[in-house]
Design a protein around this ligand. Structure first.
Ligand SMILES: Cc1cc2nc3c(=O)[nH]c(=O)nc-3n(C[C@H](O)[C@H](O)[C@H](O)COP(=O)(O)OP(=O)(O)OC[C@H]3O[C@@H](n4cnc5c(N)ncnc54)[C@H](O)[C@@H]3O)c2cc1C
Length: 398
C-alpha cells in the first residue's frame, strides 16, 4: 500500500499547480499526483486556446474575476522565471453591428469594476490598430496574452518532481473512502492511503466526487470546442487577439482569431454539445457519457433555455460555411479554403439540476477532501491562484 500526506488526482494544470504550491508550503510532506494518462496535460490543459485572460468578462467579486486577474500576472511571472515563451499581445473585442454596442459597453463597465485595464475604441481607431478587422467600435484589453499551457503544465510537473513530489502516470483513481483519519483510494495501480486528497479531475469531476461519497448536485456536461488553423494568410494578418462581443447569457466567448505561440493563427472554438467527455472527433460517442448527460434533468432544462444557440452551434459545426461567417463578420478577408482542421478541445462545464450553467469556480469539501468541481475557462490562466486557494483551505488558512 502506498501512503502519502497528500494525493492530488489529475495531472492537468490545476492539479499540477496545486502540487507545486503544497510542496512549496510543506517541503517535507509526501505529495503524490495521480494521473490516469501516460502524460500530463492531455485533456483541457493541452487543448485550449492558449489565452492568458486578463479578466474582462467575469462578474465582479466572483472567484473567476479575482483568480483570473491574479492568475494572468502569476502566469506571466512563471514564464519569465522559467524561460517559457509568452506574448502579451493584447486583445480587441469588436462590435460589428449596433446591437452589440450596449453589450460591449456593459463589458467595459465590468472590466473597470474588476480593475482591469481597458480602453474604448471607435471603429476608426480599431481599424487603425488592426487594418484587416471590420468593427464599428471595440474594446482594447492590453493585458491579454498567449502562452502554451501544455508547456507551462509540463514545467510545473518537472518543478514539482525536482522539489521531491511524485507524479504517478497511467494510474486511474476508481473510488475513494473517507474515514476519520484520511482517505483510502482505490486505483488501477493499487491502493493509496492519504491524509488529504484533492481532486482536480476536469471532465470527470462529478464522477470522482460521487465515487468518493460526496453529495453531488450538478453534472459535468461536455462542450466540444472545434478550431481551424488559418492557412494562406500573412503572419501579420493581426497583431493582437480578435474576439467578438460575447452573448451575455452564455459562458462561452465566441469564435475568436487567436495568435499561436509557434506562429500562425487559429479560429475558434465553437461550443457544441459533445457525445463523449474525453473524445475529440465529431463522431466520438460514449454510451456512458451520453447517458450521464441525457439522464440529468438539468441537461434538458438547459437545452430548452438555449435551444436556438445550441442548434446554431450544431449547424455551424456541420457546415463550414456557417462557421466561416462567424469569423468573416470581423475579418472579411478569410475564405473557406483558408480553414484547415485543427485539434478540438472539450470543456468540462458543470450544470445544475435547474439547468443553470454554473458560472463560477466551484469547490466541494469534506474533512479530508477538496474537490475542484467546476474549473472551466479561465482556469488555465487562474491555475496558480486556484492552487493557492486550495492550499489555504487544506492548511486552514483560508
Ligand atoms: C476548447 C477550450 C478552450 C479553452 N481556452 C482557454 C484559454 O484560452 N484560457 C484559459 O485560461 N482557459 C481556457 N480553457 C479552460 C482551461 O483549459 C481549463 O479550465 C483548464 O485546463 C482546467 O484544468 P484542469 O487541470 O482542471 O483539467 P484538465 O486539464 O482536463 O485535467 C484533468 C486531469 O485529470 C485527469 N483525471 C480525470 N479523472 C481521473 C481519474 N479518475 N484518475 C486519474 N486522473 C484523472 C485527466 O486525465 C486530466 O489529465 C479552455 C478549455 C477548452 C476545452
Amino acid at each position: 500500500m502506498i501512503t502519502a500526506d497528500l494525493v492530488i488526482v489529475g495531472g492537468g494544470i490545476v492539479g499540477l499547480a496545486t502540487g507545486q504550491e503544497m510542496q512549496r508550503r510543506q517541503p517535507g510532506a509526501k505529495v503524490l499526483i495521480v494521473e490516469k494518462e501516460q502524460t500530463v496535460a492531455l485533456h483541457q490543459t493541452g487543448r485550449n486556446s492558449g489565452v492568458i485572460h486578463a479578466g474582462v468578462y467575469y462578474p465582479p467579486n466572483s472567484l473567476k474575476a479575482r483568480f483570473c486577474r491574479e492568475g494572468a500576472a502569476a502566469t506571466r511571472a512563471f514564464c519569465v522565471a522559467h524561460g517559457l515563451a509568452h506574448d502579451t499581445c493584447g486583445k480587441l473585442i469588436v462590435a460589428t453591428d449596433e446591437d452589440e454596442v450596449p453589450r460591449m459597453e456593459a463589458l467595459f463597465q465590468r472590466a473597470q469594476a474588476n480593475g482591469i485595464a481597458i480602453e474604448r475604441l471607435s471603429g476608426a481607431e480599431a481599424r487603425a490598430r488592426e487594418p484587416a478587422i471590420a468593427a464599428i467600435a471595440a474594446l482594447w484589453s492590453p493585458a491579454t496574452g498567449i502562452v502554451d499551457y501544455a508547456q507551462v503544465a509540463r514545467t510545473m510537473a518537472q518543478l514539482f518532481a525536482d522539489q521531491g513530489g511524485q507524479v504517478m502516470l497511467g494510474a486511474r483513481v476508481l473510488s475513494g473512502h473517507e474515514s476519520a483519519s484520511g482517505v483510502q483510494l482505490h486505483t488501477t495501480s493499487g491502493a493509496i492511503s492519504a491524509a488529504k486528497v484533492v481532486v482536480c479531475a476536469g471532465l470527470q469531476a462529478d464522477r470522482m466526487a460521487r465515487a468518493m461519497g460526496l453529495p453531488v448536485d450538478f453534472r459535468i456536461i461536455p462542450f466540444r470546442g472545434e478550431y481551424f488553423r488559418l492557412l494562406n494568410q500573412p503572419e501579420d494578418l493581426v497583431k493582437s487577439l480578435i474576439y467578438p462581443v460575447p452573448d451575455s447569457e452564455r459562458p462561452f466567448l465566441g469564435v475568436h482569431l487567436t495568435r499561436k505561440m509557434g506562429g500562425g493563427f487559429t479560429v475558434g472554438p465553437n461550443a457544441v454539445l459533445a457525445g463523449k467527455r474525453e473524445g475529440y472527433a465529431k463522431t466520438d460517442v460514449s454510451a456512458r457519457d451520453l447517458a450521464d448527460s441525457l439522464s440529468w434533468p438539468g441537461f434538458w432544462k438547459m437545452l430548452a433555455r438555449n435551444a436556438r444557440p445550441a442548434a446554431g452551434e450544431l449547424a455551424a459545426s456541420a457546415l463550414r460555411g456557417l462557421y466561416l461567417k462567424k469569423v468573416q463578420r470581423y475579418c472579411p478577408q478569410i475564405r473557406a479554403d483558408d480553414l484547415a482542421p485543427y485539434r478540438a478541445g472539450v470543456r468540462a462545464q458543470a450544470v445544475a439540476r435547474n439547468g443553470r450553467l454554473i458560472d463560477d469556480f466551484l469547490f466541494l469539501e469534506s474533512d479530508h477532501m477538496l474537490h475542484v468541481c467546476n474549473a472551466p475557462s479561465p482556469a488555465a490562466t487562474a491555475a496558480m491562484p486556484i492552487a493557492a486557494h486550495i492550499a489555504d483551505r487544506l492548511l486552514g488558512q483560508g
